[in-house]
Write a protein that binds this ligand. Structure first.
Ligand SMILES: Cc1cc2nc3c(=O)[nH]c(=O)nc-3n(C[C@H](O)[C@H](O)[C@H](O)COP(=O)(O)OP(=O)(O)OC[C@H]3O[C@@H](n4cnc5c(N)ncnc54)[C@H](O)[C@@H]3O)c2cc1C
Ligand code: SF4
Length: 481
């Protein structure tokens, strides 16, 4: 092989790329050469803690917003991508989330089922050493969690007694005991940079894959476009220190997130009907509660519980599912003497339905800088916000002794999840990639990440992104062996 010829070129070093690479290396040949192109820098955990920053690589101005001015999109550039800044909440999606259209007549079905993904959820959870409940689960599991569940707070325990099948300790990659060089989570709630190195990151959990002799990592290498002939990608163009470079590979894998994957594809002249479309994410509102005589904050991590009673069911024909996080962040205490621990915060997270009109667009006058157009969340999601007090919070809080409820009806500007711009499906007519995450037309191009998701569900996406990458890499190995 020449210096510019590789067996695989992988773009990005976040969850999508790293879980793919971890599995890919298990079946790659000793002679294979894998090039990883990462546009950002590699900042150590020490650097991040000292600078209170997840990365030294600036995010702005890498995109421009149009449409709803209150909508934000957040992510981290640099080695490890969003694993540096994430809060490590790792619920799986529910089996019914994969069948929204068949069951509820809205959204789309995924071309992959929960049962097909289950072994890869399990593997991803083992790789991240997830702490989670082994005394019940909202979804079927083939094996127990690796780490014991985090301790619930007293209000969580009251809710759990009232709704035993709907309230669970939150599965999380924030360690409940020291493991694999990670510290134990101490519930201080500054997870964007974890001083205890307790949450899983690519750096503390998968660093070894980037030290594999078959792998070369080039930092500061920003991929711009792909070259192709017929149904094969034959070149990857990137810029490094201001110089334009080209490499070629038998397999090209994009893991640059749901903004930059479609941008690279659009800059390459690809024009799949849904490319860049269906940009969406979940939406959330906060509800704060003064408790009457019940102390809080006994939990062992920042978010201790997940409640599912308003998640799945027939209401999803009309309005969005809701998943409720119970927060255990000590800064949320009350000021009144004798009552300072008698408060609770709940974050209600709603799914949204994608709309083809919301999209990542190429700006011909500034091709490095995509436009993110978002006109607003769907009526489907708003119908659930409309019944927040009457149908959701009033029923949820019935089990707790409540003194006062504070509704913050402002929808958060972002959930920090970017979803749906390279959607997966069974046909090139209504999707960009197939169920193995391969482009329908360019068969040696894989497009990883949450851009593939046909619908978002209320669940945080990174565990599903990781499971999908493992699944895609495993399918590749079975088709080449
Ligand atoms: C504050 C915050 C908290 C979050 N908390 C959670 C949570 O608790 N649970 C959860 O599930 N999710 C959470 N997320 C979301 C999570 O970070 C993303 O879902 C996840 O990082 C997406 O993984 P990815 O690998 O697809 O993309 P990314 O992690 O964004 O990685 C993309 C990689 O590609 C690189 N790249 C981009 N463009 C190029 C290019 N042109 N050339 C070369 N390289 C490129 C980037 O530098 C980066 O390394 C959170 C996000 C934020 C911002
Ligand atoms: S709560 Fe604190 S210790 Fe736990 S993951 Fe977050 S920052 Fe780290």
């Amino acid at each position: 092989m020449s210096e510019t010829q590789y067996s695989t070129v992988l773009v990005g070093t976040g969850f999508a790329s790293s879980f793919f690479l971890a599995k890919h290396l298990t079946h790659a040949k000793a002679s294979d050469r894998i090039l990883v192109l990462e546009r950002g820098a590699r900042d150590s955990h020490k650097w991040q803690v000292e600078h209170r920053a997840a990365s030294s690589t600036p995010v702005h101005p890498t995109f421009r917003k149009e449409g709803d001015p209150s909508k934000d999109w957040v992510f981290t550039l640099g080695f490890g991508g969003g694993s540096n800044c994430w809060w490590a909440c790792t619920p799986r999606m529910l089996p019914n989330d994969f069948r929204m259209h068949s069951l509820y007549g809205v959204g789309r079905d995924w071309p992959v089922s929960y049962d097909e993904l289950e072994p890869w959820y399990q593997t991803a959870e083992e790789m991240m050493a997830i702490a989670g409940p082994n005394d019940g689960s909202p979804y079927p599991r083939s094996k127990p969690y690796v780490q014991p569940a985090h301790k619930l707070s007293d209000p969580d325990k009251i809710l759990k007694r009232a709704y035993p099948n709907h309230v669970f300790s939150q599965p999380t990659a924030r360690a409940s005991k020291p493991m694999r060089g990670r510290g134990m989570c101490c519930a201080n709630g500054v997870c964007t940079v974890c001083p205890a190195n307790a949450k899983f990151t690519i750096d503390n959990g998968l660093r070894h894959i980037y030290a594999d002799p078959r792998v070369t990592v080039r930092l500061g290498a920003s991929v711009e476009s792909l070259e192709y002939a017929g149904n094969t990608v034959n070149g990857v163009r990137f810029s490094e220190a201001g110089n334009s470079q080209r490499v070629s590979a038998d397999l090209v894998v994009l893991g640059a997130n749901a903004i930059f994957n479609p941008l690279i594809m659009m800059r390459s002249g690809l024009a799949d009907p849904l490319l860049g479309k269906r940009l969406h994410e979940q939406l959330s509102v906060l509800v704060d509660v003064d408790l009457d005589g019940v102390d809080n904050f006994q939990g062992s991590t920042v978010i201790t519980s997940l409640s599912y009673m308003f998640y799945d069911g027939d209401h999803r024909r009309e309005r969005a599912a809701c998943m409720i996080e119970g927060w255990n962040k000590p800064t949320l205490m009350r000021p009144e003497n004798g009552k300072w621990r008698q408060s609770a915060r709940y974050k209600l997270i709603f799914e949204d339905l994608p709309d083809d009109g919301n999209c990542v667009k190429l700006d011909p006058s500034s091709p490095n800088r995509p436009i993110l157009y978002f006109k607003g969340h769907s009526d489907y999601a708003h119908r659930s916000i409309d019944v927040l007090e009457s149908q959701i919070v009033s029923k949820f809080l019935r089990a707790l002794p409540v003194e006062r409820i504070y509704y913050n009806k402002a929808i958060a500007s972002t959930e920090a999840h970017i979803i749906g711009t390279t959607v997966m499906g069974n046909s090139a007519k209504d999707s960009v990639i197939d169920r193995g995450l391969a482009h329908h037309h360019l068969r040696n191009l894989l497009v990883l990440g949450s851009g593939a998701f046909p619908t978002c569900s209320p669940a945080n996406p990174s565990l599903t992104i990781s499971a999908l990458s493992l699944w895609a890499a495993s399918r590749l190995s079975s088709s080449t062996t």
